[in-house]
Design a protein around this ligand. Structure first.
Ligand code: ADP
Ligand code: MG
Length: 358
């Protein structure tokens, strides 16, 4: 009887589609541990990204499908996330062992808040329960150590650089290898060598996401690093004014040339709300990044206001997202993190399965 009901439940769930994978939840192996006790159906759904923006839709679909069964049902749903891996890189040397997805945080120019976004997204993804690492690829301005309050010298073990840890996240930065305030003068071949080491000689361990703070702009350093990385995609951070948006277009063009998907555009320093009067000021204009994203056909990941709390938290090595997802200042970073996770899952699902190793 029970077994028969489990079969009926499974059949019914084949009508529920996961928007990320564009497959039914049974076929996509997202449904776990179905049990039926009398009229109570319990099951676990493994979403393909943390805090998936599609969760409510999937839940609705499941409740409708199971509500159509010929017997009365109580439904007990549990949720988990199982991040899919980017299998698009078949050649050896292109992948980073153990790392499922690599996400670049890019900007058309410096000072737009790229590193702050990278640090906050990383901590948000970690708080949402995924395994995430952070590579500070900005060899000219390695600000990540300060933003996460991590310092020290990484050690070598078995020929691999052991990353340092902050907020439960493995972190690697050139900033750990140079003295604070010291200007590092990089010449072409040294840059390539240093970047290669940062990518391939670090013991990252098992990661769902490796977030990379790219050097700003579309010059040699961001280009070389993007080519070294097995990127699932790139996030572009911009401020709203017109001149910045021209840089967004250049950034998108660079990733298109590299055949790296653009996961979306974030508008940083989007507006300022005066704490005493509540009046809203659009210091750098507003909404430009959204328009540019629409025009260029890439996702828009949201607006982050200009807020002194964000700057102070970053200066103190305590990114606002470490306060959790219900904190109002942290909230937009969490929303962007969910959308990025979902877009990565969608792109991974659209890739063919890797060829079996013979
Ligand atoms: N939304 C924001 N509100 C207030 N200050 C911000 C915001 N985003 C970034 N900042 C601050 O702006 C400065 C530049 O940000 P940073 O992340 O270092 O930019 P980038 O990496 O693009 O050069 C930093 O002092 C940072 O704390
Ligand atoms: Mg920076």
């Amino acid at each position: 009887m029970t077994d028969e009901r489990i079969v009926q439940v499974t059949e019914a769930l084949k009508h529920v589609v996961d928007p990320d994978r564009q497959r039914d939840v049974v076929g996509a192996k997202m449904v776990r541990d179905i049990s039926v006790d009398g009229t109570t159906i319990s099951l676990t759904v493994a979403l393909s990204s943390p805090d998936s923006p599609h969760r409510a839709q999937i839940e609705q679909g499941i409740r409708t499908a199971l509500g159509n069964l010929e017997w009365p049902t109580d439904i007990e749903l549990s949720w988990t996330a199982e991040v899919s891996a980017n299998t698009g890189f078949g050649q050896e040397g292109q992948t980073i062992p153990g790392v499922k997805n690599t996400i670049a945080i890019a900007s058309g120019k410096g000072g737009v808040g790229k590193s702050t976004v990278a640090a906050n997204l990383t901590v948000a993804l970690r708080e949402l329960g995924t395994k995430v690492g952070l590579l500070d690829g900005d060899i000219y301005g390695p600000n990540i150590p300060g933003m996460l309050g991590v310092n020290g010298r990484p050690v070598l073990e078995n020929d691999k650089i052991q990353p340092l840890a902050g907020f439960g996240v493995p972190v690697m930065s050139m900033g750990f290898l140079t003295d604070p305030g010291q200007a590092v003068i990089w010449r072409g071949p040294m840059i390539a060598q240093a970047l290669r080491q940062l990518v391939h000689d670090v013991a990252w361990g098992e990661l769902d996401y490796l977030v990379v703070d790219l050097p700003p702009g579309t010059g040699d350093a961001p280009l070389s690093l993007s080519q070294l990385l097995p990127l699932s995609g790139a996030v572009i951070v911009s401020t709203p004014q017109d001149v910045a948006l021209q840089d967004v277009r250049r950034g998108i063009a660079m990733f298109e040339t590299l055949r790296v998907p653009v996961l979306g555009v974030i508008e940083n320093m989007s507006y300022f709300v005066s704490p005493d009067t509540g009046a809203r000021f659009e210091i750098f204009d507003h909404g430009g990044a959204k328009r540019a994203a629409e025009e260029l056909g890439v996702p828009f990941l949201g607006e982050i206001p200009l807020d002194p709390e964000i700057r102070i938290a970053a200066d103190n090595g305590q990114p606002v997202t470490s306060r959790g997802k219900d904190d109002p200042v942290a909230r937009p970073y969490y929303e962007a993190a969910s959308l990025i996770g979902s877009e990565v899952a969608r792109l991974n699902a659209a890739k063919p399965d890797p060829l079996p190793v013979l």
